[in-house]
Ligand binder design. Structure first.
Ligand code: CDT
Length: 403
Protein backbone atom coordinates (compact mmCIF):
# COMPACT_ATOMS: atom_id res chain seq x y z
CA UNK A 1 0.00 0.00 0.00
CA UNK A 2 1.48 3.42 -0.94
CA UNK A 3 2.57 5.68 1.93
CA UNK A 4 2.72 9.05 0.23
CA UNK A 5 3.88 12.24 1.96
CA UNK A 6 4.20 15.72 0.47
CA UNK A 7 7.50 17.18 1.63
CA UNK A 8 9.32 20.45 1.00
CA UNK A 9 12.80 21.90 1.38
CA UNK A 10 12.47 25.63 2.06
CA UNK A 11 15.56 27.38 0.71
CA UNK A 12 16.43 30.75 2.24
CA UNK A 13 18.35 33.24 0.07
CA UNK A 14 20.78 35.86 1.34
CA UNK A 15 20.57 36.85 5.00
CA UNK A 16 22.73 39.85 5.85
CA UNK A 17 24.54 40.53 9.14
CA UNK A 18 22.13 43.36 9.85
CA UNK A 19 18.91 41.40 9.13
CA UNK A 20 16.84 40.92 12.28
CA UNK A 21 15.40 37.55 13.30
CA UNK A 22 11.94 39.08 12.99
CA UNK A 23 12.63 39.91 9.34
CA UNK A 24 13.95 36.40 8.60
CA UNK A 25 11.09 34.69 10.45
CA UNK A 26 8.68 36.76 8.32
CA UNK A 27 10.28 35.28 5.18
CA UNK A 28 10.07 31.77 6.65
CA UNK A 29 6.38 32.26 7.41
CA UNK A 30 5.75 33.33 3.81
CA UNK A 31 7.36 30.07 2.66
CA UNK A 32 5.32 28.12 5.20
CA UNK A 33 2.09 29.65 3.94
CA UNK A 34 3.01 28.77 0.34
CA UNK A 35 3.77 25.22 1.48
CA UNK A 36 0.36 24.99 3.18
CA UNK A 37 -1.32 26.17 -0.02
CA UNK A 38 0.46 23.29 -1.80
CA UNK A 39 -0.71 20.80 0.86
CA UNK A 40 2.82 20.10 2.05
CA UNK A 41 3.01 18.20 5.34
CA UNK A 42 6.65 18.71 6.37
CA UNK A 43 8.88 21.72 5.64
CA UNK A 44 12.64 21.63 6.15
CA UNK A 45 14.42 24.95 6.79
CA UNK A 46 18.24 25.40 6.59
CA UNK A 47 21.05 25.20 9.15
CA UNK A 48 21.38 28.35 11.36
CA UNK A 49 18.28 29.68 9.65
CA UNK A 50 17.51 32.75 11.77
CA UNK A 51 20.72 34.71 11.12
CA UNK A 52 23.51 35.13 8.65
CA UNK A 53 26.19 32.39 8.76
CA UNK A 54 28.13 34.05 11.60
CA UNK A 55 30.96 31.42 11.87
CA UNK A 56 32.54 33.21 8.91
CA UNK A 57 33.41 36.09 11.28
CA UNK A 58 36.05 36.24 14.01
CA UNK A 59 34.06 37.49 17.02
CA UNK A 60 36.13 38.15 20.14
CA UNK A 61 33.52 40.06 22.12
CA UNK A 62 31.60 37.54 24.26
CA UNK A 63 28.39 39.54 24.34
CA UNK A 64 28.42 39.98 20.61
CA UNK A 65 29.03 36.28 20.11
CA UNK A 66 26.15 35.33 22.43
CA UNK A 67 23.85 37.59 20.42
CA UNK A 68 24.03 35.14 17.50
CA UNK A 69 22.71 32.30 19.69
CA UNK A 70 19.16 31.42 20.78
CA UNK A 71 18.90 31.23 24.58
CA UNK A 72 16.05 29.42 26.31
CA UNK A 73 13.20 27.82 24.36
CA UNK A 74 13.44 28.63 20.66
CA UNK A 75 9.77 27.73 20.16
CA UNK A 76 8.57 30.40 22.63
CA UNK A 77 11.21 33.17 22.40
CA UNK A 78 9.69 36.44 21.24
CA UNK A 79 11.48 36.68 17.90
CA UNK A 80 11.33 33.03 16.80
CA UNK A 81 7.98 32.01 18.31
CA UNK A 82 5.85 33.30 15.37
CA UNK A 83 7.33 30.58 13.12
CA UNK A 84 6.27 27.80 15.49
CA UNK A 85 2.86 29.41 16.11
CA UNK A 86 2.31 29.53 12.34
CA UNK A 87 3.27 25.85 12.01
CA UNK A 88 0.66 25.05 14.68
CA UNK A 89 -1.97 27.19 12.98
CA UNK A 90 -1.29 25.53 9.59
CA UNK A 91 -0.84 22.06 11.16
CA UNK A 92 2.45 21.66 9.29
CA UNK A 93 5.57 20.01 10.69
CA UNK A 94 8.84 21.92 10.42
CA UNK A 95 12.51 21.17 10.92
CA UNK A 96 14.65 24.24 11.56
CA UNK A 97 18.30 24.86 12.39
CA UNK A 98 19.62 27.45 14.89
CA UNK A 99 22.57 28.27 17.13
CA UNK A 100 21.67 26.88 20.57
CA UNK A 101 23.03 28.24 23.88
CA UNK A 102 22.02 25.92 26.71
CA UNK A 103 21.24 26.94 30.29
CA UNK A 104 24.56 25.32 31.27
CA UNK A 105 26.45 27.66 28.93
CA UNK A 106 27.13 25.13 26.17
CA UNK A 107 26.87 26.03 22.52
CA UNK A 108 25.67 23.76 19.74
CA UNK A 109 24.73 23.93 16.07
CA UNK A 110 21.25 22.46 16.47
CA UNK A 111 18.00 21.66 14.71
CA UNK A 112 14.59 20.62 15.99
CA UNK A 113 11.70 18.73 14.44
CA UNK A 114 8.49 20.48 15.54
CA UNK A 115 5.10 18.88 15.00
CA UNK A 116 2.52 21.50 14.02
CA UNK A 117 -0.28 19.07 14.79
CA UNK A 118 0.99 18.28 18.28
CA UNK A 119 2.45 21.73 18.97
CA UNK A 120 5.72 20.40 20.36
CA UNK A 121 9.29 19.43 19.54
CA UNK A 122 9.44 15.72 18.69
CA UNK A 123 13.20 15.49 18.29
CA UNK A 124 16.37 17.55 18.59
CA UNK A 125 19.71 17.02 16.83
CA UNK A 126 23.06 18.71 17.53
CA UNK A 127 25.64 18.79 14.71
CA UNK A 128 28.32 16.16 15.18
CA UNK A 129 30.82 16.93 12.40
CA UNK A 130 32.02 20.53 12.83
CA UNK A 131 34.09 21.72 9.86
CA UNK A 132 36.62 24.52 9.63
CA UNK A 133 39.13 25.56 12.28
CA UNK A 134 39.31 26.75 15.88
CA UNK A 135 41.98 29.33 15.12
CA UNK A 136 41.29 32.07 12.59
CA UNK A 137 43.39 32.27 9.46
CA UNK A 138 46.41 34.64 9.52
CA UNK A 139 45.38 36.02 6.15
CA UNK A 140 43.63 39.36 6.82
CA UNK A 141 41.50 38.87 3.67
CA UNK A 142 40.45 35.31 4.52
CA UNK A 143 36.83 34.37 5.09
CA UNK A 144 36.94 32.22 8.21
CA UNK A 145 35.00 29.06 8.98
CA UNK A 146 35.07 28.95 12.80
CA UNK A 147 32.47 26.33 13.72
CA UNK A 148 35.08 24.48 15.80
CA UNK A 149 35.58 27.69 17.82
CA UNK A 150 31.94 28.53 18.45
CA UNK A 151 30.26 25.12 18.84
CA UNK A 152 30.84 21.89 20.72
CA UNK A 153 30.39 18.63 18.83
CA UNK A 154 26.82 17.42 19.23
CA UNK A 155 26.10 15.11 22.16
CA UNK A 156 22.82 13.56 21.06
CA UNK A 157 24.02 11.18 18.35
CA UNK A 158 22.02 10.35 15.24
CA UNK A 159 18.62 9.33 16.64
CA UNK A 160 15.93 8.25 14.20
CA UNK A 161 12.38 8.98 15.36
CA UNK A 162 8.83 8.27 14.31
CA UNK A 163 6.45 11.07 13.38
CA UNK A 164 2.78 10.50 14.12
CA UNK A 165 -0.14 12.08 12.32
CA UNK A 166 1.31 12.33 8.82
CA UNK A 167 -0.18 9.15 7.37
CA UNK A 168 -3.70 7.96 7.44
CA UNK A 169 -5.03 4.47 7.00
CA UNK A 170 -3.99 0.88 7.22
CA UNK A 171 -0.31 1.00 6.21
CA UNK A 172 0.42 2.44 9.65
CA UNK A 173 -0.35 -0.92 11.20
CA UNK A 174 2.08 -2.73 8.94
CA UNK A 175 4.98 -0.30 8.87
CA UNK A 176 4.27 2.10 11.71
CA UNK A 177 4.60 5.88 11.49
CA UNK A 178 7.27 7.27 9.10
CA UNK A 179 10.86 7.15 10.39
CA UNK A 180 12.80 10.43 10.18
CA UNK A 181 16.41 11.34 10.87
CA UNK A 182 18.22 14.69 10.95
CA UNK A 183 21.74 15.83 10.21
CA UNK A 184 23.30 19.23 9.61
CA UNK A 185 25.39 20.36 6.64
CA UNK A 186 28.88 18.83 6.92
CA UNK A 187 27.39 15.64 8.45
CA UNK A 188 26.02 14.80 5.01
CA UNK A 189 29.54 14.23 3.67
CA UNK A 190 30.21 11.39 6.16
CA UNK A 191 28.99 7.90 5.32
CA UNK A 192 28.91 7.15 9.06
CA UNK A 193 26.12 9.68 9.75
CA UNK A 194 23.89 8.08 7.14
CA UNK A 195 24.67 4.49 8.08
CA UNK A 196 23.84 5.08 11.75
CA UNK A 197 20.44 6.39 10.65
CA UNK A 198 20.15 3.66 8.01
CA UNK A 199 20.63 1.06 10.73
CA UNK A 200 17.52 2.47 12.43
CA UNK A 201 15.45 2.01 9.26
CA UNK A 202 15.32 5.71 8.41
CA UNK A 203 12.95 6.64 5.56
CA UNK A 204 13.43 10.43 5.36
CA UNK A 205 16.68 12.25 6.19
CA UNK A 206 16.47 16.02 6.70
CA UNK A 207 19.63 18.10 6.09
CA UNK A 208 19.84 21.87 6.46
CA UNK A 209 23.06 23.42 5.12
CA UNK A 210 25.27 26.49 4.51
CA UNK A 211 27.97 25.70 1.96
CA UNK A 212 30.24 28.50 0.73
CA UNK A 213 30.44 28.62 -3.08
CA UNK A 214 34.19 29.03 -2.84
CA UNK A 215 36.48 28.48 0.10
CA UNK A 216 38.25 25.89 2.14
CA UNK A 217 36.43 22.86 0.76
CA UNK A 218 37.41 23.25 -2.92
CA UNK A 219 40.96 23.43 -4.34
CA UNK A 220 42.46 26.94 -4.25
CA UNK A 221 43.47 26.62 -7.90
CA UNK A 222 39.84 26.70 -9.08
CA UNK A 223 38.27 29.94 -10.26
CA UNK A 224 35.07 30.98 -8.41
CA UNK A 225 32.74 29.57 -11.07
CA UNK A 226 34.49 26.20 -11.20
CA UNK A 227 34.67 26.12 -7.40
CA UNK A 228 30.91 26.64 -7.12
CA UNK A 229 30.25 23.98 -9.75
CA UNK A 230 32.42 21.56 -7.77
CA UNK A 231 30.74 22.45 -4.45
CA UNK A 232 27.31 21.75 -5.97
CA UNK A 233 28.57 18.53 -7.53
CA UNK A 234 29.90 17.25 -4.19
CA UNK A 235 26.70 18.28 -2.40
CA UNK A 236 24.47 16.34 -4.80
CA UNK A 237 26.93 13.46 -4.99
CA UNK A 238 26.73 12.78 -1.25
CA UNK A 239 22.97 13.33 -1.01
CA UNK A 240 22.29 10.94 -3.88
CA UNK A 241 24.88 8.27 -3.05
CA UNK A 242 24.02 8.03 0.64
CA UNK A 243 20.27 8.06 0.02
CA UNK A 244 20.76 5.09 -2.31
CA UNK A 245 23.08 3.10 -0.02
CA UNK A 246 20.67 3.54 2.89
CA UNK A 247 17.47 3.22 0.84
CA UNK A 248 16.02 6.46 2.16
CA UNK A 249 14.50 9.69 0.89
CA UNK A 250 16.49 12.79 1.73
CA UNK A 251 15.78 16.51 1.70
CA UNK A 252 18.41 19.26 1.72
CA UNK A 253 17.57 22.93 2.37
CA UNK A 254 20.19 25.58 1.61
CA UNK A 255 20.96 29.00 2.98
CA UNK A 256 22.04 30.46 -0.32
CA UNK A 257 22.94 33.65 -2.15
CA UNK A 258 25.27 36.55 -1.41
CA UNK A 259 25.22 37.31 2.34
CA UNK A 260 26.20 40.95 2.91
CA UNK A 261 26.34 41.19 -0.87
CA UNK A 262 29.62 39.26 -1.09
CA UNK A 263 29.74 35.91 0.76
CA UNK A 264 28.26 33.49 -1.71
CA UNK A 265 26.60 30.27 -0.51
CA UNK A 266 25.51 27.59 -2.97
CA UNK A 267 21.83 26.80 -3.54
CA UNK A 268 21.07 23.21 -4.61
CA UNK A 269 18.18 22.53 -2.21
CA UNK A 270 16.82 19.18 -3.32
CA UNK A 271 14.76 16.08 -2.66
CA UNK A 272 16.29 12.67 -3.46
CA UNK A 273 14.51 9.31 -3.66
CA UNK A 274 15.74 6.00 -2.17
CA UNK A 275 17.23 4.96 -5.52
CA UNK A 276 19.42 8.06 -5.40
CA UNK A 277 17.49 9.98 -8.04
CA UNK A 278 16.90 13.74 -7.80
CA UNK A 279 13.14 14.28 -7.62
CA UNK A 280 13.22 18.07 -7.37
CA UNK A 281 15.82 20.81 -7.00
CA UNK A 282 16.02 24.57 -6.51
CA UNK A 283 16.13 26.76 -9.60
CA UNK A 284 17.17 30.00 -7.92
CA UNK A 285 19.59 31.38 -5.34
CA UNK A 286 16.75 32.95 -3.34
CA UNK A 287 13.84 31.98 -1.11
CA UNK A 288 12.23 28.99 -2.80
CA UNK A 289 10.17 25.92 -1.99
CA UNK A 290 11.28 22.60 -3.46
CA UNK A 291 8.40 20.15 -3.24
CA UNK A 292 8.02 16.43 -3.96
CA UNK A 293 5.58 13.64 -3.31
CA UNK A 294 7.40 10.80 -1.62
CA UNK A 295 6.00 7.26 -1.40
CA UNK A 296 7.83 5.69 1.52
CA UNK A 297 7.04 2.20 0.20
CA UNK A 298 9.73 2.84 -2.43
CA UNK A 299 12.30 2.50 0.38
CA UNK A 300 11.45 -1.21 0.62
CA UNK A 301 13.20 -2.21 -2.62
CA UNK A 302 16.62 -1.18 -1.30
CA UNK A 303 15.96 -2.05 2.35
CA UNK A 304 14.83 -5.61 1.52
CA UNK A 305 17.22 -6.47 -1.29
CA UNK A 306 20.61 -4.98 -2.10
CA UNK A 307 20.88 -3.07 1.21
CA UNK A 308 19.13 -5.61 3.44
CA UNK A 309 21.70 -4.91 6.16
CA UNK A 310 20.82 -7.95 8.29
CA UNK A 311 21.64 -10.27 5.37
CA UNK A 312 24.76 -8.72 3.90
CA UNK A 313 26.73 -6.58 6.38
CA UNK A 314 29.98 -8.07 7.76
CA UNK A 315 30.61 -6.13 10.95
CA UNK A 316 33.61 -8.30 11.84
CA UNK A 317 35.52 -6.33 9.18
CA UNK A 318 34.33 -2.85 10.15
CA UNK A 319 36.21 -2.43 13.45
CA UNK A 320 38.44 0.37 12.19
CA UNK A 321 35.41 2.59 11.62
CA UNK A 322 34.87 3.05 15.33
CA UNK A 323 38.33 2.20 16.70
CA UNK A 324 40.30 4.67 14.60
CA UNK A 325 39.80 8.35 13.69
CA UNK A 326 42.74 9.19 11.42
CA UNK A 327 44.42 7.19 8.69
CA UNK A 328 46.88 4.41 9.57
CA UNK A 329 48.76 3.44 6.41
CA UNK A 330 50.45 0.06 5.95
CA UNK A 331 54.16 0.33 6.93
CA UNK A 332 56.47 1.56 4.20
CA UNK A 333 58.27 -1.35 2.59
CA UNK A 334 61.37 0.54 1.51
CA UNK A 335 62.49 2.97 4.17
CA UNK A 336 65.57 4.28 2.43
CA UNK A 337 67.11 3.60 -0.95
CA UNK A 338 70.13 5.21 -2.48
CA UNK A 339 72.52 5.01 -5.31
CA UNK A 340 75.59 4.60 -3.16
CA UNK A 341 78.60 4.75 -5.41
CA UNK A 342 80.09 3.60 -8.67
CA UNK A 343 82.72 0.91 -8.56
CA UNK A 344 84.32 0.19 -11.87
CA UNK A 345 81.58 -0.68 -14.37
CA UNK A 346 79.06 -1.60 -11.66
CA UNK A 347 76.92 0.57 -9.37
CA UNK A 348 76.47 -0.31 -5.73
CA UNK A 349 73.04 0.33 -4.19
CA UNK A 350 71.88 0.12 -0.64
CA UNK A 351 68.42 0.09 0.83
CA UNK A 352 66.62 -0.49 4.11
CA UNK A 353 63.56 -2.67 3.94
CA UNK A 354 60.91 -3.98 6.29
CA UNK A 355 62.13 -7.54 6.68
CA UNK A 356 58.74 -9.08 7.44
CA UNK A 357 56.81 -7.50 4.63
CA UNK A 358 59.27 -7.00 1.83
CA UNK A 359 60.10 -9.66 -0.64
CA UNK A 360 63.11 -8.35 -2.47
CA UNK A 361 63.16 -9.49 -6.05
CA UNK A 362 64.31 -8.31 -9.40
CA UNK A 363 60.98 -6.74 -10.33
CA UNK A 364 61.10 -4.46 -7.33
CA UNK A 365 64.67 -3.47 -8.07
CA UNK A 366 63.72 -2.63 -11.62
CA UNK A 367 60.91 -0.43 -10.33
CA UNK A 368 63.25 1.44 -8.01
CA UNK A 369 66.07 1.98 -10.45
CA UNK A 370 64.58 2.00 -13.93
CA UNK A 371 67.81 3.21 -15.47
CA UNK A 372 69.57 -0.02 -14.60
CA UNK A 373 68.46 -3.42 -15.68
CA UNK A 374 69.19 -6.15 -13.13
CA UNK A 375 67.61 -8.58 -15.55
CA UNK A 376 70.18 -8.18 -18.23
CA UNK A 377 73.29 -8.20 -16.11
CA UNK A 378 74.76 -10.36 -13.40
CA UNK A 379 73.70 -9.07 -9.98
CA UNK A 380 73.78 -10.14 -6.37
CA UNK A 381 71.82 -9.36 -3.23
CA UNK A 382 73.39 -9.62 0.20
CA UNK A 383 71.15 -9.42 3.24
CA UNK A 384 72.77 -8.24 6.45
CA UNK A 385 70.66 -9.74 9.15
CA UNK A 386 70.40 -7.02 11.82
CA UNK A 387 68.48 -7.32 15.05
CA UNK A 388 65.90 -4.66 14.13
CA UNK A 389 62.85 -5.16 11.96
CA UNK A 390 64.70 -3.47 9.16
CA UNK A 391 67.17 -5.18 6.95
CA UNK A 392 69.84 -3.62 4.85
CA UNK A 393 70.53 -4.94 1.40
CA UNK A 394 73.46 -4.12 -0.72
CA UNK A 395 73.55 -5.10 -4.34
CA UNK A 396 75.48 -4.30 -7.46
CA UNK A 397 74.35 -3.90 -11.02
CA UNK A 398 76.00 -2.87 -14.20
CA UNK A 399 74.56 0.01 -16.16
CA UNK A 400 72.05 -1.07 -18.76
CA UNK A 401 73.63 -0.62 -22.19
CA UNK A 402 70.82 1.72 -23.27
CA UNK A 403 70.70 3.71 -20.03
N1 CDT B 1 28.10 24.60 7.40
C1 CDT B 1 28.92 23.64 6.96
O1 CDT B 1 29.07 22.61 7.61
N2 CDT B 1 29.58 23.89 5.83
C2 CDT B 1 30.59 23.02 5.31
C3 CDT B 1 31.61 23.83 4.60
C4 CDT B 1 32.94 23.33 4.91
S1 CDT B 1 34.19 24.42 4.40
C5 CDT B 1 35.16 24.57 5.78
C6 CDT B 1 30.06 21.96 4.35
O2 CDT B 1 30.48 20.81 4.51
O3 CDT B 1 29.31 22.26 3.44
Amino acid sequence: MPRVLRLAAAQLGAIHSTDSRTHVVGRMITLLESAAAEEVQVVLFPELAFTTFFPRFLINDEQELESWFEHGDVTTNTETRPLFDKAKELQIDICVGYAEATDEGKHFNTCVYFSGREGRVLSKYRKVHLPGTFEPSDDPNAVHHLEKRYFEPGDLGFQAFRVPGLEEGGSLVERGDPIFGMMICNDRRWAESWRVLGLQGVEIVLVGFNTPAFGHHTPKSLDPEESERMALFHHKLVMQAHSYTNATYSLAAARSGYDDGKHKLIAGSCIVDPEGQLLAEAKTLGDELVIAECDLELCRQGKEKIFAFEKHRRTEHYGRITEQTGVVEPPKLVMAADLESSQGGAQVHRMLVDRDNYDLDKTILKGLWPSVSPFDVPWSVNGSDGSSEEQQFEFATAKHPQA
